[in-house]
Design a protein around this ligand. Structure first.
Ligand code: NAD
Length: 247
């Protein structure tokens, strides 16, 4: 499905990014991915991509550093060719009561999610424009839709990503570039496993499906959006969430 294409995945060492990088590679794409201080897992993921017969570029960097992100996007294109698919996924969270959130906490969360995604999209978009094709997928969250306690900055950033996605989709679609978002519900990754076991079990029990999602289920949504059956999705926010938010 993606033979001859190049996918750039931010946050590709583990979790949703890793599953999506492997899904794209399994369908023929070469992969450039970045991570933050996660060298051992990044090497494992890169080895799996190579084992699928695909080329891979992997680098450690902070996507909130706009210049570092730009340099990385340039090196991926130089090594693998122009990027066809961007999976804009890198993210982390700081969980604390609203009254305790510092300016540094806010900047960290909003810069990684909103600023990092915004400028990585711009890096790739500029190279897609002359080619008049491409696909950008921004990873938001169902929490940006429904909210939640102790994650105000995260929810603000994730809601912002959905808004950014719709705005860019208006500019991009007429020139052949499709921009969409995925707003996952709770997915069984390190991000969620950091919460206490009792919290996780109570959350699962509240979900209509009674379980967390898998990273592979989110990767499948990315494959749909980037693949030949995704052509009519423009500015959409798809939310595979086990029924946590129904709309
Ligand atoms: P994870 O912690 O398993 O993986 C995060 C990945 O992002 C890692 O590769 C990490 O190295 C990278 N990363 C983190 N901060 C970075 C930075 N500043 N610069 C570059 N890379 C960075 O998390 P995950 O659950 O796979 O989350 C991936 C995305 O999905 C995030 O944007 C997260 O907000 C979103 N999301 C996750 C869930 C969930 O339940 N797991 C739900 C909704 C949305």
């Amino acid at each position: 499905m993606f033979t001859g294409q190049v996918a750039l995945v931010t946050g590709g060492s583990r979790g949703i990014g890793r599953a999506t990088a492997l899904a794209f590679a399994g369908l023929g794409a070469d992969i450039g991915f970045c991570h933050l201080d996660d060298g051992a897992k990044a090497e494992e993921t890169a080895a799996e991509i190579r084992a699928l017969g695909r080329r891979v570029v992997s680098e450690g960097l902070d996507v909130s550093d706009v210049a570092a992100g730009r340099g990385f996007a340039g090196r991926v294109a130089e090594a693998l060719g122009a990027v066809d698919i961007l999976f804009n996924n890198a993210g982390a969270n700081i969980k604390k009561p609203f009254e305790e959130v510092t300016e540094d906490d806010y900047d960290r969360v909003v810069d990684v999610h909103l600023k990092g995604m915004f400028f990585m999209a711009q890096n790739v978009y500029r190279t897609m424009l002359p080619r008049k094709r491409g696909c950008i997928i921004n990873v938001a969250s169902q929490l940006g839709i429904k909210g939640g306690p102790q994650i105000a900055a995260y929810c603000a950033a994730k809601a912002g990503i959905a808004g950014f996605t719709r705005a860019l989709a208006w500019e991009a679609a007429p020139v052949g570039i499709r921009v969409n978002a995925i707003a996952p519900g709770p997915i069984d990754t390190d991000l969620v496993r950091r919460n206490p076991e009792a919290w996780q079990e109570a959350f699962k029990a509240r979900l209509p499906v009674g379980r967390f999602g898998t990273a592979e289920e989110i990767a499948a949504t990315a494959v749909l959006l980037a693949g030949p059956h995704g052509g009519f999705y423009v500015g959409a926010t798809l939310s595979p969430n086990g029924g946590d938010v129904m709309y």
